[in-house]
Design a protein around this ligand. Structure first.
Ligand code: NAP
Length: 480
């Protein structure tokens, strides 16, 4: 009976960790509850770590006393890893968040691959099923590691051009097939009594090298607008790999955390793919990112510059204003000035709302976080499906640093790489002001037809500087 108590404590700790992770995730689904959701999930991770320590050093160490020697290494790993994460999390700029997500994601995949490597290189005998699960986790983890690192390099601007060549998909398929074949060979040879017939460590190294290469090859051809979907696919991969290795180690905390991350990543992948109008199978099995580089349709109209102050004054006398924030707002760090301007308009009786596109910015939820940081109340922020019908009855739309998410080419130009992507109907408003620095294109690298429309005027300059001019102009009117 007494012997069962440690197992009971470990089981309960795992249960608490699972509950906290799921509850935290649930709270992250709304910007209102997301900060506390992150905190709850963080506590869940701490409890999961505690459960793992109890598991390894409580139950197993009793049977294998030498394991307790590893406690120092594990603590050092936790302190170094936790410290680096804490420091980089505090330091990272809002605009560099996607790179950081890609990097952390890759680390998760790498950790799963490392667990698999310890199992494969170790001297423990493995049954066929256990070996298959280990290899599967190793393959997925390694793909996620190298693929995420390539995604990081692309987002960081180190790798600028998608790398494509003739017969690429066939080549990628052959490399993946070879990886699987090496894995199958490993399983068969390990089941033979005389399994030292070939050098297993060498074969394991070949397996990992091919798996890592697969991740690189899968990600290299991806360009531009598909990147968020790719990152969330790798997020799902990492979760799956961690869950599989949890199964190998018979560690419930790892299994639960892995499956939660895997499921969340998969759901995010589906949502992102929908928001960018790509099917997941298209993203997975085609030369994804292959934007059909056909010629863009003819452009009618002209770009019409307007003074920031004049635009501000025009909005002050409007009844309904919708603001569309985009990546450029994060670049300009203009969120505080934006909210200051909005409050000013509100004191003048203007009805102001924010319209957020699901892929505005460079990561899901980036605009919500940016606006929350400036203190914008959540009831002023509307998602695409909740506000898109309002544009037609709106006096002014102010597009700040957004581009692709308001490009009508998505509706009309079949040759456009963003064709079919749901966009915010900014062009349907009576008047549109676009705040941007110059003729820069958006992430998809295409011309925005909205900017040339009759009802659209361009406020050129850094978004924060333009907002400051707008605030000064409206304040300059006095109580009028
Ligand atoms: P966008 O299409 O990338 O356009 C951003 C615009 O901001 C640019 O046209 C740029 O024009 C302007 N800009 C940059 N710095 C500025 C500054 N300091 N002040 C004023 N304007 C500035 O942005 P978006 O409309 O938010 O669309 C997001 C795009 O990123 C979509 O194509 C989406 O698919 C893709 N994407 C999304 C995610 C995600 O998960 N949200 C992740 C990766 C990629 P100037 O250079 O002329 O100033």
């Amino acid at each position: 009976m007494l012997n069962m108590i440690p197992q009971l404590i470990i089981g309960l700790t795992n249960l608490v960790a699972a509950f906290l992770l799921l509850y935290g995730l649930k709270r992250m689904s709304s910007p209102v509850t997301a900060p506390s959701g992150i905190f709850v999930a963080g506590i869940g991770m701490l409890v999961a770590i505690l459960a793992s320590f109890l598991f390894v050093f409580g139950v197993t160490a009793a049977a294998k006393p030498h394991l307790s020697m590893n406690i120092l290494l594990a603590v050092i790993g936790l302190v170094v890893g936790g410290g680096a994460a804490w420091w980089s999390g505090k330091k990272v700029a809002m605009t560099a968040m996607p790179q950081m997500v890609a990097l952390y994601n890759g680390m998760g995949g790498g950790a799963a691959g490392a667990i698999a490597a310890v199992e494969l290189f170790g001297d423990k005998p493995h049954g066929a099923v256990q070996l298959i699960v280990t290899l599967l986790g190793a393959l997925i983890g390694a793909v996620s590691l190298s693929g995420s690192l390539i995604a990081w390099a692309k987002l960081q601007g180190i790798l600028n051009q998608p790398l494509r060549f003739h017969g690429q998909q066939v080549f990628n398929g052959i490399v993946l097939l070879l990886t699987v074949l090496v894995g199958v060979t490993l399983v068969f040879y390990t089941q033979l009594p005389e399994h030292a017939v070939i050098s297993m460590p060498a074969l394991i190294c070949v397996f990992f090298a091919l798996a890592l290469l697969s991740g690189v090859l899968m990600t290299l051809p991806i360009g531009g607008a598909d990147m968020p979907v790719v990152i969330s696919i790798y997020n799902a991969f990492t979760g799956l790999a961690v869950g599989l290795e949890g199964f190998v180690l018979q560690n419930p905390a790892l299994m639960i955390a892995g499956m939660v991350v895997g499921a969340a990543g998969l759901l995010l992948t589906l949502l992102m793919a929908k928001a960018m109008n790509r099917s997941v199978s298209n993203v997975l099995f085609t030369n994804f990112g292959e934007a059909k580089a056909k010629k863009q349709g003819a452009i009618k109209g002209s770009l019409k510059p307007v003074d920031a102050g004049d635009a501000g004054i025009f909005m002050r006398y409007a009844s309904k204003v919708i603001i569309v924030p985009g990546y450029g707002l994060a670049v300009a760090q203009g969120q505080q000035k934006l909210y200051e301007f909005v409050k000013l308009l509100q004191t003048k009786g203007v009805d102001v709302k924010f319209a957020v596109h699901p892929v505005a910015g460079r990561m899901p939820g980036q605009m919500d976080v940016l606006l929350a940081e400036a203190g914008v109340p959540y009831d002023l922020i509307f998602q695409l499906e909740d506000i898109n019908d309002d544009f037609a009855t709106t006096d002014v739309v102010m597009v700040i640093g957004a581009n692709d998410v308001v490009n009508p080419a998505a509706r009309t130009d079949k040759a456009s790489p963003i064709y079919g992507m749901p966009i915010l109907n900014a062009d349907k408003a009576k008047k549109v002001y676009v705040l941007k620095r110059g003729e820069g294109k958006g992430y998809a690298g295409i011309v925005n037809l909205l900017f040339y429309a009759d009802n659209c005027e361009m406020v050129y300059g850094d978004a924060q500087a333009s907002l400051i001019k707008m605030i000064e102009a409206v304040r300059g009117l006095g109580a009028a």
